[in-house]
Ligand binder design. Structure first.
Ligand SMILES: [Zn+2]
Length: 339
């Protein structure tokens, strides 16, 4: 074996030993190349897989609620909402997205944009983690087009029209801080987030529209890093639904952490409520017994494997293997091994 071949063999072995594959070694140039590929409408198969991956992760972490009906096309007053219905929308248009402010503090997307086969509907925006009463900021400067309430969908929502040609939609709000026709600056508080309309928990539903076309907000914004991908977004009828790379596998740990925090806050709140009951009662609550025996978990109402796995820092596959489960459905009251 020549010295050169020996060197290559050793390098390969070292990389293998460190568990490094070419896939997760990402250089800056590789990252910007991906952006360029997408800008050049050459969205690669790998990026499609990443979107699916992200949806898988989201499904594992959160029980996904049914996507809202499209206010631009399905709302009872769709004519007013979609003023672009008969407009001649250009095939491509470069939009200036330099002067942005992220719509909410925090960087965690709990539900991505995209088609949901189980509901036969497309989620036309993204859901961002938010508590009831968090401030919602206008993403760009512009003018409030409308503030509305829709019980079966967006709840209280605001549509702002921006100077760059985009419109942004903010849904499930608890309170408006602006009135229709009012001019707003990028970053101006426009509402408080909430849990109104068709929503299973407090979050901000956020959409980016160009003449009625719901662009994947993750094509414009990198929510994890709280910035835009590039200074301008090129709207294209061919690619507006596609996300730019947001490396879901990298975000997964951040997402897991945030989800665990959510659960912790929720359980703290519940514990506070349960305190008198626990001391008064001789039978320990399941929450209490769970604290004592951390190796098992009794399935509660509304639980799913994804939730339980995430709460115990494992994957659904690991949880299933540990308990010899073959299906994804679990009965309430079943005791699962989690260690
Ligand atoms: Zn949503």
């Amino acid at each position: 074996m020549s010295i050169k071949r020996l060197y290559f063999a050793l390098t390969a072995m070292t990389l293998f030993a460190l568990g490094i594959s070419a896939q997760n070694m990402q250089s800056v140039s590789n990252y910007s190349k991906r952006h360029n590929d997408l800008l050049a409408k050459q969205n690669r198969v790998k990026d499609q897989i990443r979107v699916q991956e992200a949806q898988k992760y989201a499904a594992e972490l959160y029980e996904e609620c049914e996507p809202e009906p499209d206010i631009y096309t399905e709302g009872w007053d769709s004519d007013l909402v979609n003023c672009y219905k008969d407009a001649n929308v250009p095939n491509t248009k470069v939009l200036d997205v330099r002067h942005y402010v992220m719509p909410i503090k925090g960087n965690y997307v709990t539900s991505h944009y995209g088609y949901r086969p189980q509901f036969g509907r497309t989620h036309k925006g993204i859901d961002l983690r938010a508590a009831v009463g968090d401030t919602v900021y206008s993403a760009f400067s512009g003018r409030v087009r409308l503030t509305r309430f829709e019980r079966g969908g967006y709840g209280f929502y605001v549509i702002v029209r921006h100077e760059n040609g985009l419109e942004t939609v903010y849904g499930h709000l608890s309170r408006f801080l602006v009135k229709p026709d009012q001019y707003v600056k990028a970053g101006q508080p426009i509402a408080l987030s909430g849990n109104t309309g068709r929503s299973t928990g407090p979050h901000l539903h956020f959409e980016t529209r160009f003449m009625g076309y719901a662009i994947n907000p993750e094509a414009i914004f990198d929510f994890g890093n709280r910035c835009t991908h590039t200074d301008s977004y090129t709207f294209s009828k061919a690619t507006y639904t596609k996300a730019r790379d947001y490396a879901p596998s990298k975000r997964y740990n951040q997402a897991k952490k945030s989800a665990a925090e959510d659960r912790e806050t929720a359980s703290k709140k519940n514990n506070k409520k349960e305190q008198p009951q626990v001391t008064a009662s001789t039978r320990k609550s399941t929450r209490e017994s769970r604290k004592e025996d951390r190796s098992t978990y009794k399935v509660q109402k509304g639980d799913n494997l994804g939730k339980i796995a995430a709460a115990n820092n494992m994957t659904v596959a690991q949880l299933k293997k540990l308990n010899g489960l073959s299906s994804n459905t679990i009965e309430e009251g079943k005791v699962l091994r989690v260690r």
